[in-house]
Ligand binder design. Structure first.
Ligand code: F6R
Length: 248
């Protein structure tokens, strides 16, 4: 595991966008696995700037997203399809047909999950999977559980996650209770994992995911089994790891 310690969220975003930008230049037809939430916002902003000002070309890039809320249409402002359109896809030259986000309004959710597993098979390996981490240790919407789930699946969001994500909604009751998420096979099959974290509220999750036992109780801990992981985190997010105790 490579651990890049940065001073703050802005530096985290710059570092992440440099890595992703370099991949896009070296491999113009790369497959990117993408995340939503607050964590990648600065990275997406910087990639959009690199498209505008530095000719970063996304025309042959394909993307697949980790998750989507069940019950939100792609046009709902809090859907992850709308998030991606607003913060990245609509700001770069990626063809819409190259972007894949599960449909949270699919009549047959199990069928939609199977469709995404098949899609991943057909696309080939994701070159880089971008991940945030929940304060409860989740990656994608793989919530703490008794076992890891390998395929795309429908998941019930924990109270912690609903509470954390309610900041994006007018009312807590509006937060969907279920989501479609990529499973651990899809995440772990990526050639490279890039995990971003900033802020004190992620400190425990980062410490447990990077250095604790590998357990489905801390879903992010599975990254320890991946051969090519880069974690970019700020001091606050690393503050429970014990790495800087002497320096402090
Ligand atoms: C989002 C996702 C989630 C988030 C996590 C952290 O697509 O997969 O695992 O990465 O909930 O969310 P933020 O970044 O909002 O703290």
């Amino acid at each position: 595991m490579k651990l890049i310690c940065v001073s703050n969220e802005h530096e985290m975003s710059l570092e992440a966008s440099r890595l992703i930008g370099a991949l896009v230049r070296i491999t113009p037809d790369a497959i990117l696995g993408l995340a939503t939430g607050s964590t990648p916002l600065g990275t997406y902003g910087e990639l959009s700037r690199m498209f505008l000002e530095e000719n970063l070309d996304f025309s042959c890039i394909r993307t697949i997203n980790l998750d989507e809320y069940i019950g939100l249409d792609g046009s709902h402002p809090q859907s992850y399809r709308a998030f991606m359109a607003g913060y990245l896809f609509g700001r770069i030259n990626i063809p819409p047909a190259n972007t894949f986000v599960p449909d949270g309004m699919a009549e047959d959710i199990e069928g939609e999950c199977r469709k995404f597993d098949e899609l991943m098979e057909q696309m080939g390996r994701v070159d880089l999977q971008l991940l945030g981490i929940g304060a409860n240790g989740h990656i994608g919407f793989n919530e703490p559980a008794d076992c890891f789930t390998s395929n795309f699946h429908c998941t019930e969001l924990t109270e912690d996650t609903i509470e954390a994500n309610s900041r994006f909604f007018d009312r807590r009751e509006d937060v969907p209770t279920h989501a479609i998420t990529m499973g651990m096979r899809g995440i772990m099959n990526a050639r490279r994992l890039l995990i971003l974290a900033s802020g004190k509220k992620k400190a425990n999750a980062v410490a447990e995911a990077c250095f604790g036992p590998v357990t489905p109780r801390v879903p992010g801990s599975i990254i320890q089994l991946h051969p090519d992981v880069t974690v970019i985190a700020d001091w606050e997010a690393l503050s429970d790891t014990g790495l800087f105790e002497e320096a402090e």
